[in-house]
Ligand binder design. Sequence first.
Ligand SMILES: [Zn+2]
Length: 268
Amino acid sequence: MRHRLKSTLNHILPSSTQETFWRAYRRWRTRGDRYECPLCGARVRTLWPRGLNHPVLQTYDIIGGGYREQASCPICGSTERERLVYLYLTRRTDLLTRPARVLHVAPEPQLARVLQTAPQLDYLSADLYQPDVMERMDITDIHHPDASFDAIICNHVLEHVLADRQAMRELFRVLKPGGWAALQVPFSERITQSVEDPTITSPQARAQAFGQEDHVRIYARADYVARLQEAGFRVEQVRWWEEGADFGQPGNRYGLMPREVLFIGHRD
Ligand SMILES: [Zn+2]
């Protein structure tokens, strides 16, 4: 019924006003003050569900993935992890207030919008597959000189990369001394060694083993941190629930994911 209403209205409304109309409609439908989206400023009574539900995600109690009831902003579509990174950017760094060269790999749409419109940033978006990026990039072989970027945002990418240690070394190499990289991945606290098997290659088998058709491993948190350290990073682990009002505590105002640790790799 709602789908029919939507297609009828889209037929009537000129395309230029459709998005504005539906945004206003979603704003009305979700009006309230339980959550606030730091990316678009919306105040809503509920977030929208999102995510996949493979059994392996429960087996390993994966944090940062899987099905969540309260996940995306109904107004702008931002996810918990995007909001977490944005809060880190604005509360813990000066990235949005000074000139800097930023590499954004596998750009999340809402974060990309913010970074692209920051006039003092020299912004480069990149990906191996995503079509609408500025540069085609294989992060295991980055065609940029050493120390090229002040900041790198490369979230939920390394769990897709077979040669993740090589990718980590490359990200470290192109980062300027004093720079940092946001390197979110889904992870498990239940295991100490990451689960991976390069002989598992079909999408179905990968979904079964790693929880998503294009994932190649499940990271153990401790092992993930150790790999980043091996590549040269000093790893900061931001536990947002310990960070007070800046991160919406108490009460999880910004709708962040319980127990999601934000991994920041620093190049000192
Ligand atoms: Zn939003």
